[in-house]
Design a protein around this ligand. Structure first.
Ligand SMILES: NC(=O)c1ccc[n+]([C@@H]2O[C@H](COP(=O)([O-])OP(=O)(O)OC[C@H]3O[C@@H](n4cnc5c(N)ncnc54)[C@H](O)[C@@H]3O)[C@@H](O)[C@H]2O)c1
Ligand SMILES: *[C@@H]1O[C@H](CO)[C@@H](O)[C@H](O)[C@H]1NC(C)=O
Ligand SMILES: *[C@@H]1O[C@H](CO)[C@@H](O)[C@H](O)[C@H]1NC(C)=O
Length: 352
């Protein structure tokens, strides 16, 4: 019924006289107390331009996470622990059952520390958090009523675009979309949707429950309201957000990835018989000399050599002449041999 009621509002616009405008409220059900404001901008003609979308301060309470891998499960755990309701989406019930098992295991570790002398309170906390997490293998159904869609699926532009394009058609108008991509431009992912102003990036760090940082990414089309609600959401998760432009690597990876590549190059330049620049020495040097918790080769093995190469290849395709993004023969060789690091048992180092 509300859809037929016109709202009237006074708008003061530049040189023109205040005008009374009539427009429809959002065609979505609004929880009480959430005001729907129309965004109005002044054109040079002195007239008014409207964006057809409703822009309002969206307090993110219900989150839909697409991708129940290690990453998605981590954020689901943190969001559910901080009083949000979460729907975790993946392609099959089996994967989702594993995700929930993973969350449960991780919560048990948290509780062991937090509720060391109150095991019942700890168990109660786990049950409360798990109650906040629903699972679904139907993404379109899961986004019918949600404040935020956070995507953490495979790092493939076409797949991400197809997913968001489809969800854009069914998600409520107020819903904010965000990708956790670490190497693709948010702008490119958003281009498959008609909600460029309600699209941004939320880049978490592994392991999500431990790492305090969230990079919040705004494109040139992201509205201030969307950006603010992503900042607010990050804080509500107990994280510390930093604001980033939609440029390759945002802040952390833009500095970290070239640093790791330079460590490999330094090692490649090291020469026998004195063995300057052994990977062990470089790791020790950066830990003891720069205070880093891991050396660059330990970090590469942890991140995954395939992932590091994938990111570098993407960047050098975008900016071919940049020496920071140049190929490393040694990295290429290890990846070709399937030595990806910790996850395969061998990378720069061997793991048992
Ligand atoms: N692991 C890392 O350190 C790392 C590195 C680079 C980027 N990332 C970011 O994290 C995201 C996820 O990475 P991950 O390591 O968790 O991957 P993952 O393979 O562990 O998890 C991805 C999950 O998404 C599911 N999925 C794939 N397509 C789907 C679809 N269309 N609908 C629903 N579910 C779908 C898969 O079944 C899988 O469970 C990536 O997109 C990337 O942006 C992570
Ligand atoms: C996002 O990607 C980073 C790696 O780039 C990963 O460590 C983190 O867990 C991911 N989080 C989600 C929610 O996908
Ligand atoms: C973000 O939080 C601040 C402070 O609580 C609040 O004033 C503001 O309206 C919020 N913005 C959005 C978009 O949710």
């Amino acid at each position: 019924k509300d859809e037929h009621r016109l709202l009237h509002s006074q708008v003061q616009c530049g040189y023109t006289k205040p005008q009374t405008l009539a427009f429809r409220p959002c065609a979505v059900e609004l929880p009480p107390m959430r005001l729907c404001t129309m965004r109005v901008s002044c054109g040079w003609e002195g007239g008014l331009r409207f964006s057809t979308s409703c822009v309002r301060n969206v307090v993110i309470k219900h989150v839909t996470i697409i991708g129940g891998g290690q990453m998605g499960a981590g954020i689901a755990q943190v969001a559910a622990s901080t009083g949000h309701t979460v729907t975790l989406v993946d392609t099959s019930e089996d994967i989702l059952k594993k995700s929930i098992k993973g969350i449960e295991g991780s919560l048990k570790r948290v509780v062991k520390k937090k509720f060391a002398d109150k095991p019942e309170a700890g168990e109660e906390f786990i049950q409360k958090v798990l109650k906040n997490v629903a699972i679904s293998s139907d993404a379109k159904a899961a986004v019918q009523s949600t404040d935020l869609v956070l995507e953490a699926i495979v790092e493939n532009l076409k797949i991400k675009q197809d997913l968001f394009g489809a969800l854009d058609k069914v998600a409520p108008e107020h819903t904010v979309f965000a990708s956790n991509t670490s190497s693709l431009p948010i702008t490119d992912i958003a281009s498959s949707t008609a909600r460029l102003d309600r699209f941004g990036g939320l880049h978490f760090f592994n392991p999500v429950p431990m790492m305090k940082l969230v990079e919040v990414i705004g494109t040139s089309s992201t509205s201030q309201e969307t950006f603010d609600s992503l900042l607010n959401f990050s804080k509500a998760l107990g994280k510390t957000p930093v604001s980033c432009k939609d440029t390759p690597g945002f802040i952390v990876n833009r500095l970290l990835v070239p640093y790791m590549m330079e460590a490999i190059r330094l090692h490649e330049r090291g020469s026998a018989p004195l063995c300057h620049g052994s990977k062990e020495d470089i790791d020790i040097a950066m830990k003891l000399g720069a205070g880093y918790p891991m050396g660059p080769f330990e970090l590469l093995d942890y991140v995954g050599l395939d992932t590091a190469k994938f990111i570098m290849d993407g960047w050098s395709a975008m900016d071919p002449g940049n020496p920071l993004f140049a190929q490393s023969e040694l990295l290429n060789k290890l990846v070709a041999e399937g030595k990806y690091g910790k996850k395969t048992g061998e990378g720069f180092y061997k793991y048992k």
